[in-house]
Every structure is written in structure tokens, then in C-alpha cells.
Design a protein around this ligand. Sequence first.
Ligand code: F0G
Length: 373
Amino acid sequence: MAKRWRNPFGAKRPASHQWRGVLNEYADRLDVTSKTPIISLGEGGTPLIYSPSLSARTGAKVYVKFEGMNPTGSFKDRGMTMAISKAVEHGAKAVICASTGNTSASAAAYAAYAGITAAVLVPEGKISMGKLSQAVAHDAQILQLQGNFDDCLDIARELADNYPIHLVNSVNNDRIEGQKTAAFEIVDVLGRAPDFHFIPVGNAGNYTAYHRGYREEIARGVTSVLPRMFGFQAEGSAPLVNGAPINNPETIATAIRIGKPASWDLAIAAHADSNGYFGAISDADILAAQKVLAAEVGVFAEPASAISVAGLLERAEAGVIPKDALCVLTVTGHGLKDPQWGLKRADGSEVSPLVVPVNADEIASVLGMSKGH
Ligand code: F0G
């Protein structure tokens, strides 16, 4: 039975090969044995993009880890391949998660591949259309709760405690384990860990995961640098910045609209260990950063993901980032998840592309060009 899921290439890499997903690529650093079915859609191996524009704006050396390039369009796939593989290894027939959208899309896709049921609890009317559409397409059982994300997580935990259903939120350590592989990839590419790591924070699972990954790279002796973990929350949804949970989080960045981060204690420990920082960013600055990222770096990210850029620009402005410091920003999810924001100008007005006649000369004049080469 397990054989069905094994990597068809075997242990040896062919000279030219396709990225084999994080469980195969990092099997030696994860709890994966010959009994573990590899439920993979080829996640991980995402681009680490050097940005001349963000480097010029800040004086630092800035790289963007574009996690929107994962199979379901967000970093969640790294944790989900691990969580679903381990769930199936332990005989689970059904998984459940609470989600602001990306976790549910990912759980739905990986459960579909594994041939098990996914039930997802999402806050009613508060997840983006792209994410909802993914969960529907992958045939998950979707339940819109009349509450916020924090209520969804409470209920998902209660169900997993009392019924035969396996929880795949990041309170499940398998998720954090899978997600730490992003830090491995960064060290693989740069040959060392960065000085600073900028990342959006919702439940703070990913913040925790990168810190763990970097710590493990130091333990392996491949780098001596522990990046300062700089995490950012939306102003109306910033419990870790305020130092206390909040009941009614609000932000246009729905992915991180979370008032009671599940990984609170782990994140506080990672923050202390790395001389880290938690900062709050206004919705207006998040949208402005989304534009900078799309128009100057060529990376279209959903609003929550752009907070890494907003955080970098804010911290550079504050004079905290030394010249030439090596900075990595995690861009957690693709802009196509929530495409409505791409159609707006910085002032919030809608862009409606110009309609032109079928006439090259008229189009050239609209483009401000005169004839010639
Ligand atoms: N960025 C995106 C695009 C997310 O979807 C999330 C979390 C985060 C950042 C924050 O990561 O929770 O590990 O601190 N989304 C979860 C979900 C809550 O349900 O999809 P975190």
C-alpha cells in the first residue's frame, strides 16, 4: 500500500531532475520513515528572488522568498504535505482545519490527493474568493462559521478532541516541521542564513517554523548566523505587538485576521532567542507595499503577504537595518488568491483598462509613440 506513494526516482537523483517536494528533498531532517506515505504535490523549491529595487530603497541586500509559487499558491503546502502524510500514516480517514482560506485550500488539495476527506471551518464571508473556490474545487466539506477565525480554531480543536478526525492546523507540530524547510532552502541558496528575516504573522506558526529551521541549520554547522526574526501584523489585528489577545481583529488582509495566535508561546520564545521584533502595519501601508512588490519586483502577492515588504520599508526608514545587511522577506501567498486588490490604485480607486479601436496608429499615439525605430 505505502509503495504507491514512493518517489519514483528512488534515492538517487537523475542528472536532470524535477524538485521532488519537501519530504523527499529533506527526508533526513524530517520525521519521515519507510512507513510514511509521501503525499506530495511537489511543494517547496520556491524561488528566492534578489530585488535590486528593494535593495536600492533600503541600502540592504534584499531577497524575496516567493511562497506563492507552491502548488496551491501559498506556503501552507510545505506543512500540509507533512501533516497529511503523517495523518495517513497513522490511519486517518478525515482531516479538519480552521482557516482564513489558505490552509483550507491546501488541506483540501492534499486530502484529495490522499483520497481522504477534508472538512474546513472558515469565518463566514471573510475569506477571499480564490481560496474558497480552491476548497470547493478540491471537494472539501466547507462550513462557514458564524464567527471569526479564532472561533473556527476553537471548534476545530473540540471536534478533533472528541471525534475521529485529525487536526491539520499549525497547532499540529507536523505543520511547523514541514514549514521549517523554507529556511533550509534559503540557507542552501545563500550559503548562509540572512541577518534579518521579515515575515507576516497570523497564528505565528510560520514565524516559529523559520526560526526552528535556522536554528537547525546552525546546529548542522552550515551557518553561524541566527537571523533576527521580524514579524508583522496588521494594525487592527496585532495581538503580539500589543502583548495581549484581541477579540475583534479587523484588517483587509483577511489571511492574518487573527486575534488569538495559536503559536503565541513558541513565537515569543523565537522572538526572544533571535532578538526579534513584532511590528504593526496599517492597511493603507499594506496595500502600498503590495503595489511596490508587484510593480518593482514583479511579484504579485496577496495583501497579507505584502506586509513583509511594508515591514522592511518601515524598519529601514526607522534606521534599524544596517547597510548591506542580508535580508530575506517571505511572501506567503499569491496575489491571484485575492485578485480584487490588484485592480485598485494606491488611492483605492478602480483601474479600468482603456478601450481602443482596432487601429495600430491610434494605439501608438495612446502609448505616446511616433513612427520609427
Ligand atoms: N500569510 C498568509 C497568506 C496566510 O494565509 C497566513 C495564515 C499567514 C501569512 C500567517 O501565517 O498563521 O503561520 O502566522 N493563514 C492561515 C490560514 C491562518 O488559515 O490560511 P501564520
